[in-house]
Design a protein around this ligand. Structure first.
Ligand SMILES: O=C(O)c1cc(C(=O)O)c2c(n1)C(=O)C(=O)c1cc(C(=O)O)[nH]c1-2
Length: 234
């Protein structure tokens, strides 16, 4: 039997899977390289809305499966991040609302995004696979599957750096979602990584963690494949 990697080595292996992140997908490279048409951007925004609304359901599934109160206390924050909240005079509109404002900034109507009419079958299948995985898998595996967020700050920063120049017709306020996510993704990753490094502590479990992260990378990749087919890539 092989011995487990040290935590440092294990984390390096997880991070190495970043080479398969959707930041490298031709559809994303087109989007963030300034070559997308307004129709392609709107298609992406409307389809990604389905991912945005699924995330809190996915996180609720993790909470439902997790018997550890300390973990739940931290994890519940993710649902508030996306759904928003109003508590003791403090109000946060949440990420889903911010995404709808992004949609409006690209020229989409709220209604046509909210009713999911533009969501492509492949995007729906991929996102549903993620939520169903979180419902059925051991909660630590579902936590591990969220670790694509290790690579997310860079993709959000790419958009913040390039979109205003490349797509000046999108109002800058529409990009608030990406501004919010940079710090929130870093905080999420700290938490998800701590749980993953502690739980997956044998060679077999560490291999399993890599498979789980690859599954989630595939979800994001498949979404992009589907959008590339639906809207074209240049
Ligand atoms: O724009 C992106 O490319 C991107 C990717 C990911 C990701 O890597 O899963 C997330 C997000 N954005 C995001 O905004 C977000 O809130 C988020 C939550 C999660 C998750 O798995 O819990 N991933 C992501």
């Amino acid at each position: 039997m092989s011995s487990p990697w040290t935590r440092v080595e294990f984390e390096e292996r997880l991070r190495a899977l970043g080479s398969r992140y959707h930041i490298h997908h031709p559809f994303n490279r087109m989007l963030n390289g300034g070559r997308a048409t307004p129709m392609q951007i709107r298609g992406w925004v409307a389809n990604r809305f389905y991912y945005q609304v699924a995330i809190p359901q996915k996180d609720a599934a993790i909470l439902a499966n997790c018997p550890d109160r300390e973990v739940r206390r931290d994890w519940v924050q993710r649902i508030l991040d996306h759904d928003g909240f109003e508590l003791g005079g403090i109000q946060d509109e949440g990420g889903i609302e911010a995404w709808l404002r992004l949609a409006q900034a690209t020229g989409l109507e709220r209604k046509e995004v909210q009713d999911l009419r533009h969501v492509l079958p492949g995007v729906r299948f991929a996102v549903d696979a993620y939520v169903n995985f979180a419902r059925r898998a051991p909660w630590q595996e579902a936590v591990c599957s969220s670790l694509t967020e290790l690579f997310a700050p860079e993709i959000h920063q790419q958009r913040l750096a390039n979109w205003p120049e490349q797509y000046p017709w999108i109002e800058s306020q529409g990009l608030d979602y990406f501004r919010q996510r940079v710090s929130r993704a870093r905080r999420d990753v700290e938490q998800g990584l701590a749980i993953t490094l502690a739980h997956f502590d044998t060679h077999a479990l560490q291999q399993r963690a890599l498979e789980v992260l690859q599954f989630k990378l595939d979800v994001l990749w498949a979404m992009n494949d589907s959008m590339a087919q639906g809207y074209g890539v240049s």
